[in-house]
Design a binder for this molecule. Sequence first.
Ligand code: SF4
Ligand code: SF4
Length: 314
Amino acid sequence: MDRIQNFIMMNFMFKLFDKENKLSENEEYIKYNDNSPSRYEIMTEGEKYGKRSGFGPRVAPIMLSVIRNQHKVLNTLKKNPAEPRTEISEEELNELEKLAKKLGAGIIGYTQISPQLIFKEKAILDTNAIVLGFEMKKEHIDTAPSVKCLHEVLRTYDDLGIVSNKLAKYLRKRGFSAHAGHPLMGAALYPPMAQSAGLAFIGYSGIVISPEYGPRFRLTAVYTNIENLPESKENEHAWVREYCDKCKKCIKECPGGAILDKAIEHPNGQITHVENTKCMPYFINEYGCSVCIKVCPFNNVDYYQLKENFLKTS
Ligand code: SF4
Ligand code: SF4
């Protein structure tokens, strides 16, 4: 990406941050709390670790589309109905899921978000969330770290951002309020949402692992005032964590030495194994890295096959 493109992109990013932060001043929105995490601004702060590798001219159209859709997330909030409906019918929900799948979301679930998952200075429309996951193609991820892999990650971000906005529009048309999340620099932490929606479980690498795609997918959410979404109360994937305890492959293979054996406990109650300051230099300079996704056994062997073998031997 040349200097002019970079300048334009940064300008759009800073305008976006302003709009996002203003949202948290709005009384009607759900805000972060004292235990909320700070969002790592990879597009702006990442520069201190080096030049973002792989962000050549081919990436510019994707990034501009990403940023356009990030602005759309905020600009369309004013279109929410003044007196929204709060109950969705079974038929409407089926229709919504059908549309999400048609647009490419292979994973869909529902959950409630606690304010400590909302990033500092950010806000969301409501605590009811529709969680969406999009697959990243294996043949691209298997080349990590590479330009090809980075482009696949960015393509997924862009596609998810577009779909999130489309689903929010769909809900508004039917009289509901909606706030599309964007997968790149969203207002809240997506992996715990996917976990509490019962869709997947967070592995040592910090990446969520699902039966459909293993660790090879990206997430977003649509926040809405719909109160009767069929939220999951259970998660049948907790065994994945026990698998991680024995596997630790990402710890051994992480080129930045960023995935730790010892768990880190965060003020919001989250337990992670990744030290971001060690990941970032490698992430920025090596095409978004993604080695931890590539080497994870769930990327290479079917989830249920791994589960069967694991349960037999444990
Ligand atoms: S992205 Fe790369 S450096 Fe970061 S945790 Fe994963 S493997 Fe390690
Ligand atoms: S590589 Fe192993 S330890 Fe790391 S997330 Fe995947 S299953 Fe867990």
